[in-house]
Write a protein that binds this ligand. Structure first.
Ligand code: 0RQ
Length: 504
């Protein structure tokens, strides 16, 4: 019996993962904990996958809808997608098996802004929630839940699901207790919504635990497995160059008096480049920084350790194995520096706009006018999803997008005449950065932006073809505000699909 279940009555609900999976019915809408590979249930999803496989072998229909906070791990998205038993998935995912099921048309996928997910579930837009499966660190004597390494959608799923299965994960440090801030009033629906009283990233406004109606708990599983925790790639030339351009830009903003010396709260997306930007900040001149973001990566833990960053507010960790170990062993030392909140608070437009958050996210491609595609490859294939990038981009003080200027060994230009899909429109994008340089688009009209993006950000081997495109577009377009040649605007993508390269 786990020493982490302090409530007497709930101890009788402990069972094996396969026994818990046997309680699930075909067609259920299931809300799982988990955000960027942290705090997802470790054993139940594999057991459910076994149940789905067994049903399929018997020739029975068995599919479920899988809702999460954001991306999870092979043990959840991978295991369930492999069965072909995911009918519908939302929101952000990044698992190769899940991606394949989406792109083969086996699973429907709805790519919802992460801050919208809570309200949409509460409003019933995604249907009735049958089950919540939530990883926790421990259960208190009075039956409240100590969250684990992510909070994500847990408050909403626990409130709205008919039934609840808990995974008590003994791998998670018990000293995470005290790091969370769960604000309940924000779950109110219109016309009863309330203001979000966060004025600075360090503000604590809620309680330390999640509430659950004990009557809803149908099973408790005890686990002891680590989060996904993938190592970051060593910093390469491109990511260092991109980080350098952003840091120079921020220094200049301070010099111009447009930002305080300690900057404004930083948001940084997932991935190696985002981590490189954080590493750059470690070397940079800024002190006393804060972060209001959704994920805490290694670079941010380093900034907290160095004292350069005072506080980081997020909804989840996304750490390498070494950083996860460091955090797990010293969790209590981070309690006054790290706050984990539900994702409808960490990504709330009101807080992001009020505090003037600096947004920095990865992208697949940008076009010459500043529209950004974060999600689609060659028009139709889903890569991961929009995640929280839209929450921060639309509402931040300014928004930057980063990418190497080319992909697939130089065959693809990440600066194109027209994006093959738009996630962030030209109206929301302030700055585009590649290893080549930075284009500050603020205050510019489309044709002025095009010149800057091509000259500052495109790879040298694609600069001339982009200039040629602009010349042609200005000749044939039906207007000179955002000139396009509609016949060839997507020809670079078509060429890649036909020949394997955008190079003509
Ligand atoms: O493909 O894996 O087959 O090699 O896209 O690209 O360069 O490894 O970059 O890991 O930083 O991801 C936009 C996907 C960038 C990510 C995206 C191919 C490339 C590779 C990945 P392979 P890289 P990253 C915070 C905010 C949206 C969500 C977000 C993302 C693969 O940043 O998902 O920002 N962002 N959330 O080869 C075709 C191009 C390409 C391309 C790259 N132009 N055309 N393929 N690739 N550029 C987090 C959350 O919200 C939870």
């Amino acid at each position: 019996m786990s020493g982490r279940i302090h409530n007497e009555a709930l101890r009788s609900k402990v069972m094996s993962a396969p026994d818990a999976a046997a309680l699930v019915r075909n067609g259920w809408n299931i809300g799982f904990s988990g955000f960027t590979g942290a705090g997802y249930p470790k054993d139940f999803p594999e057991a459910l996958a076994g149940r789905i496989d067994a049903a399929h072998h018997q020739g029975e229909e068995f599919k479920v809808n899988v809702l999460t906070g954001a991306s999870t791990a092979p043990e959840l998205d991978g295991a369930l997608a492999r069965t072909g038993g995911i009918n519908f998935r939302a929101p952000y995912q990044s698992d190769p098996e899940m991606r394949s099921a989406i792109n083969k048309g086996i699973s429907y996928y709805s790519d919802i802004h992460l801050s919208h997910m809570g309200p949409q579930v509460s409003q019933g837009f995604l249907g009735k929630m049958d089950l919540a499966v939530i990883e926790v660190t421990a259960i208190t004597e009075d039956g409240e839940l100590i969250p684990s390494s992510s909070v994500g959608m847990n408050r909403t799923y626990l409130d709205y699901a008919d039934k609840v299965i808990l995974e008590v994960n003994e791998w998670q440090s018990e000293e995470l207790r005290g790091m969370h801030d769960i604000y309940y009033p924000i779950g109110a629906l219109p016309p009863n919504r309330v203001p979000l009283p966060i004025l600075t990233p360090s503000d604590r406004i809620g309680q330390l635990t999640l509430k659950v109606d004990p009557e809803k708990i149908i099973a408790i599983i005890v686990t002891d497995s680590p989060d996904r925790n993938t190592p970051f790639k060593p910093l390469d030339h491109d990511s260092k160059a991109i980080a350098g351009h952003l840091l120079d830009f921020l220094s200049n903003e301070v010099k111009q008096g447009r930002m305080p010396k300690n900057l404004l709260p930083m948001q940084s997306g997932v991935g190696n480049i985002a981590n490189a930007v954080l590493a750059g900040l470690l070397e940079g001149p800024f002190e006393n920084m804060t972060s209001y973001t959704e994920v805490i990566q290694d670079g941010m833990v380093d900034l907290l350790d160095s004292g350069k960053m005072r506080v980081a507010s997020a909804t989840a960790f996304s750490l390498s194995p070494t950083a996860a170990e460091r955090l797990n062993n010293n969790a209590k030392d981070y309690r006054d520096k790290i706050i984990l909140r539900p994702q409808d608070v960490s990504n709330h437009p009101e807080a992001i706009r009020r505090m003037g958050v600096i947004a920095c996210n990865g992208m697949i491609e940008a076009d010459i006018y500043g529209n950004v595609n974060s999600t689609h490859v060659m028009g139709s294939r889903m890569q991961n999803g929009i995640g929280g990038s839209g929450d921060f981009t639309r509402n931040g003080y300014f928004s930057s997008f980063v990418t190497p200027s080319t992909a697939k060994g130089g065959a693809i230009s990440c600066i194109v005449p027209m994006v093959n899909h738009v996630d962030h429109t030209e109206h929301d994008v302030s700055v585009i950065i590649t290893e080549q340089g930075l284009a500050d688009l603020r205050g510019l009209a489309p044709r002025q932006r095009a010149k800057l993006i091509i000259e500052n950000c495109a790879h040298p081997s694609f600069k001339e073809p982009l200039r040629e495109y602009v010349k042609l577009a200005e000749k044939v377009a039906n207007g000179l505000h955002t000139p396009h040649d509609l016949e060839s605007a997507l020809s670079w993508h078509i060429r890649f699909l036909k020949t394997g390269t955008m190079v003509s």
